[in-house]
Design a protein around this ligand. Structure first.
Ligand code: ATP
Ligand code: MG
Length: 213
């Protein structure tokens, strides 16, 4: 394919996560991936709320969804999907990708993760299928070195060559876990996430109870 034609291929970025809450680490990874890989759009897909209580109570899906809306409103290349919120039971990435494949048949799919999540993908259900449907962009995340993982896949999964990309991004040591903990002990979270999200957290009294952290 000529370079010109390749440039015209529509590429859809997919950013999955709990987003409890969304913060600048997510947004920077998505924006740098969009620019570097010429993605026409990045779709944020928040996970549903698991039926069984896990380590902690995850904030209601509707509230996490609204926070993402507020965070991405000023970026016309970012969009939000309720695909996983509507689904009953756990959402597997492979199922989400099958739906996206049908919805966007002409698009190349790029699944964006941080390096912590990238290192785990070979434990995902039907990873071979996943890797046929999408390429991966793993954004550098402080504290999660991916170099061992990248070396390992070169040897153990040569078939994935050229489909798993590592992306250096300005390092932001921000996590939702830390933001929740900060809210709980009344530490500042300003400048870690977009201001409309911070105000939403404040208005709804999110992350103040023990159960939320
Ligand atoms: P939690 O602490 O609750 O796990 P989180 O900050 O890790 O929250 P998630 O919703 O788990 O956020 O992450 C969604 C995606 O965004 C994952 O692929 C994760 O690796 C990536 N990500 C999150 N924070 C960053 C960051 N600071 N830099 C790069 N990628 C990030
Ligand atoms: Mg996480």
């Amino acid at each position: 394919m000529s370079h010109d034609l390749k440039e015209k291929v529509n590429r859809l970025g997919i950013m999955g996560g709990t987003f409890d809450p969304i913060h600048y680490g997510h947004l920077v990874a998505a924006e740098m991936a969009r620019s570097k890989f010429n993605l026409s759009k990045v779709l944020f897909i928040p996970s549903g709320t698991p039926p069984h209580k896990d380590r902690r109570d995850i904030t209601a899906a509707g509230l996490r969804f609204e926070m993402i809306q507020r965070a991405i409103q000023d970026n016309s290349s970012f969009d939000l999907s309720d695909l996983e919120l509507e689904r009953k039971g756990p959402s597997y990435t492979v199922d989400t990708l099958r739906v996206l494949r049908r919805t966007w048949p002409e698009h190349e799919l790029y699944f964006i993760t941080g390096s912590d999540v990238l290192r785990e993908i070979f434990s995902w259900r039907e990873v071979e299928e996943i890797l046929k449907m999408t390429e991966f962009i793993g954004a550098a995340r402080p504290g999660f070195d991916a170099s061992d993982f990248l070396l390992k896949i070169q040897h153990e999964h040569p078939e994935t060559q050229g489909r798993i990309h590592y992306l250096e991004v300005p390092a932001l040591a921000i996590s939702s876990t830390d933001i929740r903990a900060r809210v709980k002990c009344e530490q500042p979270i300003r400048y870690l996430l977009p201001e409309p999200v911070r105000l939403f957290i404040q208005q709804h009294g999110l992350y103040t109870a023990e159960i939320n952290v």
